[in-house]
Write a protein that binds this ligand. Structure first.
Ligand code: PHE
Length: 343
């Protein structure tokens, strides 16, 4: 399985390390260093098979290359997956992250990591004690802190741009948005939308977490079919598939999750269904802009705000290209990224 996945992959190289003390597969996927060192988050997750973890990592790494290229940052793309037997805490977690930090350090800066699903500021602090190649340590430790507010803000700007395209007005007031996943990004997005007068529906497998947002909650199994203007997937990826797309009752899909399309053809399926799709790696680039911009490119908070607002403009370009060429939006985004990568 590993052989087949690696043979088919279009990336540069993957480092596979089995951490015996914890039973964790550490998979660092360096997709491209064409525009600069590869950057991408470290995801910690339980998988049924190590091959599934590698597949996820390889795919997410390619998404990072396109994400950073499309928003115009001088960085390559990568991703790391820590495929754990169960999510560790306390000392066990710290020791695992320390061993992982040594692995990152051994790559000499060709891969620089940050937080992702199930990892956060405190984890970056642990990693940062052993290697400088990490973003988003806590502010007290010299990092830029939790990036999730900027991921959420970028999605918010992306939703506005998408509303403008479909309805002729980008004002979220009175629009219904379903936020699926009330994690660090989803909860903040729901707050930003509620402030502007949108009608926010929130769904989460953890119903308590959904209720805590203060929005109207929707049962997880009803989320996909909820009638709304915007469906915003902010949980784990691949919710858009041949099976799910016919059930959607929205005009726009615009959310923070990575890898939203189960397969590339789903982009065309959405287009054929008359649903505008905001390509995931474009609309969710705010977190990367936060870490990389503040810590590597010397941006001040004002510049960061401008760049995050620019996610809306990048999406406009994607939509214009998609219309002009008669191609699905994810393909238009890919073309923009490819044009930057060719230079
Ligand atoms: N989780 C972020 C993303 O997918 C990863 C990231 C954060 C990368 C911070 C770099 C810096 O975009």
């Amino acid at each position: 399985m590993f052989e087949e996945l690696l043979r088919r992959w279009d990336g540069e190289h993957a480092v596979v390390s089995y951490d015996a003390p914890s039973g964790t597969w550490m998979l660092v996927c360096i997709h491209s260093t064409k525009l600069g060192p590869a950057m991408g988050g470290t995801r910690m997750q339980v998988y049924a098979e190590p091959a599934e973890a590698l597949e996820d990592g390889l795919r997410l790494a390619g998404g990072m290359t396109r994400k950073l290229a499309v928003v115009g940052l001088p960085c390559g793309g990568g991703k790391a997956v820590l495929a754990v037997p169960e999510l560790p805490s306390g000392d066990e977690r710290r020791r695992l992250l320390e061993r992982y930090a040594e692995l990152i350090d051994s790559l000499g800066g060709t891969f620089v990591t940050g937080p992702d699903v199930n990892t956060g500021e405190a984890d970056m602090d642990v990693i940062g004690a052993r290697t400088p190649h990490v973003f988003c340590r806590s502010v007290g430790n010299g990092g830029s802190g939790d990036p999730s507010i900027h991921t959420a803000l970028g999605v918010f700007h992306g939703i506005r741009a998408s509303l403008g395209r479909v309805f002729g007005s980008d004002d979220p007031a009175g629009r219904t948005v379903l936020v699926q996943g009330a994690g660090s990004v989803g909860a903040k997005l729901s707050g930003l939308l509620a402030e502007t007068g949108a009608n926010v529906l929130v769904s989460d497998v953890d119903e308590e977490r959904a209720r805590a947002t203060g929005a109207t909650t929707v049962a997880p199994e009803a989320a996909l079919e909820a009638e709304c203007d915007v469906y915003a997937p902010c949980a784990l990826g691949a919710t858009l598939s041949a099976e799910s797309i016919p059930r959607l009752r929205c005009r726009i899909v615009a959310g923070a999750a990575n890898n939203q399309l189960a397969e590339p053809e789903d982009g065309e399926r959405l287009r054929a269904a008359g649903i505008l799709y905001a390509p995931d790696y474009v609309i969710n680039s705010g977190g990367a802009l936060h870490g990389i911009g503040l810590e590597r490119l010397g941006w001040d908070p004002e510049r960061l705000e401008q760049e995050v607002a620019g996610i809306g403009d990048t999406l406009e370009r994607v939509y214009t290209e998609s219309e002009a060429e008669g191609i699905p939006t994810h393909e238009a985004a890919e073309r923009l990224a490819a044009a930057r990568l060719r230079r």
